[in-house]
Design a protein around this ligand. Structure first.
Ligand code: SAH
Ligand code: SF4
Ligand code: F3S
Length: 482
């Protein structure tokens, strides 16, 4: 795209101006990573990114479908752009990600000013798809005609290129180690919109991590919907090839953690999200052996009732869940766990709900994410089970879980008070002047006073206070307590 720019002397000069991209991201960390990937692809085509949506030539919405609310929010944002498009008919508006994959063409029907709809495995093609919108407009003789492009194919090869640089240049980088999900929890839309599991090669992931670290990243979050099933879809090694710690010698998350432990300059390895079914001794040992791996694991239980877990097809009972956590805690006694919970799933009785509360309290999850059940079209639960818990009961159970989560979170955080911890300092506080914010090795947010130069380093602190959501501390000189 070529625009005319005016020089400082005021004479017009025909010079290329980099077209500008603005990406709005909804949903989970996987979407955040994909947005960075998309930005990388556009930058390689000569685009610049802009923080200001009003200044953009291309606005992309990377969308989420997990609950209806997420989709409605996207549509209300899209509505806001209608006027912008009227003012600037050259603007290209694209919708990508999970909602795009789920409802495709329906987006054009509900938001007529959208030009492009691209599914979850199309991010590599986005610049070309935007070009197609522009070419079609030119052919039709005017930008205001608007020409729609729909690309929903679920490519199996979703190669990520080093040059994409899916990283914002900060201290933290995401690394998607696998895409998709092969489980079929009955309430969940993710497998339908993200497709089957595809793990990236372990060498490639390690190289990518090294690349981020060589440029300044110090914390890496390994991402996958069931991140501890990493490698399950890889071919077992041939005779003579290196064997991993996974099934039949396949590479596993444990192998990846050991490899990343050896990356010099990397301080922390974070994991999102684990599934109880793929907790292994090898993983527990890797967490024990590797000091860079955070002692904080999000392993959603979803419910504490066996009947509900069966209806959800989660693949474990509460007993099995507890046994798996025991495997982890026997190797890493100070482990902190986080969980997601669904309140008011189909058929959930008061007793089932009470069982969720009991599991939350017993396991002592430091962080809990609680959602009211929302039937998602095409899922097994929406089509074959009855959404029979009345809305006010769902709401009440949701509130009760939230209230308990706060008590449990406070108790867990409180256990750290009085200890000395090493905190990786992430940023200066935007709330307290002279304050810093970081995380303990247990993944707990910690605020304390200190010099801004400490950002990006590990600071030793004395934990002095706790809330349900974090810790407060002061700089310390003594050795850390475990
Ligand atoms: N892969 C992760 C979760 C991905 S979705 C796992 O298996 O745990 C994130 C969370 O959204 C889920 O853990 C679940 O608690 C919630 N969720 C998913 N579908 C939902 C639905 N239909 N209604 C309410 N909450 C839902
Ligand atoms: Fe959804 Fe279950 Fe897969 Fe998680 S494991 S993404 S909840 S189907
Ligand atoms: Fe939402 Fe898609 Fe993530 S549905 S939670 S953005 S995988």
């Amino acid at each position: 795209m070529t625009l005319t720019r005016t020089t400082s002397k005021g004479s017009p000069e025909s010079a290329p101006r980099a077209p500008k991209l603005h990406v709005v991201t909804f949903g989970c960390q996987m979407n955040k990573y994909d947005s960075l990937l998309a930005e990388g692809r556009f930058k390689r085509q000569g685009y610049a990114t802009t923080e200001d949506m009003g200044d953009a030539d291309v606005v992309l919405f990377n969308t989420c479908s997990v609950r209806e609310h997420a989709e409605e929010r996207t549509f209300s944002w899209l509505g806001e752009l209608k006027r912008a498009k009227e003012k600037n008919p050259g603007l290209v508006i694209g919708v990508m990600g999970c909602m795009a994959q789920r409802i495709g063409e329906e987006i054009f029907a509900r938001a007529g000013h959208v030009d492009l709809v691209a599914g979850t495995r199309q991010f590599a093609n986005l610049p070309q798809l935007v070009d197609r919108v522009r070419e079609a407009r030119e052919k039709r003789g005017g930008a205001d005609k608007g020409t729609r492009v729909l690309a929903l194919e679920m490519n199996d090869a979703v190669a990520v290129d080093r040059d994409d640089e899916p990283w914002d240049g900060g201290l933290h980088a995401y690394l998607t180690v696998m895409r998709g999900c092969d489980l079929n929890c009955t309430y969940c839309i993710v497998p339908a919109v993200r497709g089957r599991v595809l793990s990236y090669g372990i060498d490639k992931l390690v190289h990518e991590a090294e690349w981020f670290v060589s440029r300044g990243a110090k914390v890496i979050t390994l991402l996958g919907q069931t991140v501890n099933s990493y490698g399950e879809d890889c071919a077992p090694p041939l005779p003579g090839e290196a064997r991993g710690r996974g099934r039949q010698g396949r590479p596993s998350l444990a192998d990846l953690i050991y490899r990343l432990q050896d990356v010099r300059g990397l301080e922390r390895i974070r994991l999102i999200t684990l599934h109880p079914s793929y907790v292994t001794e090898a993983l527990a040992e890797a967490l024990r052996d590797c000091s860079k791996a955070e002692r904080y694991l999000p392993i959603p239980a979803q419910s504490g009732s066996d009947a509900i877990l069966r209806a959800m097809k989660r693949g474990y009972t509460t007993d099995l869940y507890k046994k798996r956590m025991e495997i982890l805690r026997s190797r890493v006694p100070d482990l902190e766990l986080a969980s997601d919970w669904i309140a008011g799933f189909c058929g959930e009785t008061d007793a089932d709900h009470a069982a969720s509360e009991a599991l939350m309290a017993e396991q002592g999850f430091v962080t809990n994410y609680i959602f009211k059940y929302d039937p998602r079209p095409t899922t097994h639960a929406a089509e074959h089970l009855t959404d029979d818990v009345p809305e006010d009961v769902k709401k009440e159970r949701n509130q009760r879980l939230l209230a308990l989560a706060e008590r449990v979170g406070l108790e867990r955080h409180g256990r750290h008070v009085g200890s000395v911890r090493d905190v990786f300092v992430e940023s200066v506080s935007d709330r307290t002047e002279g304050g810093l914010v970081g995380r303990t090795q247990h993944g707990l947010m910690t605020s304390f006073r200190g010099a801004p130069e400490l950002v990006g380093t590990v600071a030793r602190v004395q934990i002095e206070g706790a809330t349900a959501f974090g810790l407060s501390a002061s700089l310390a000189t003594s050795a850390p307590t475990c």
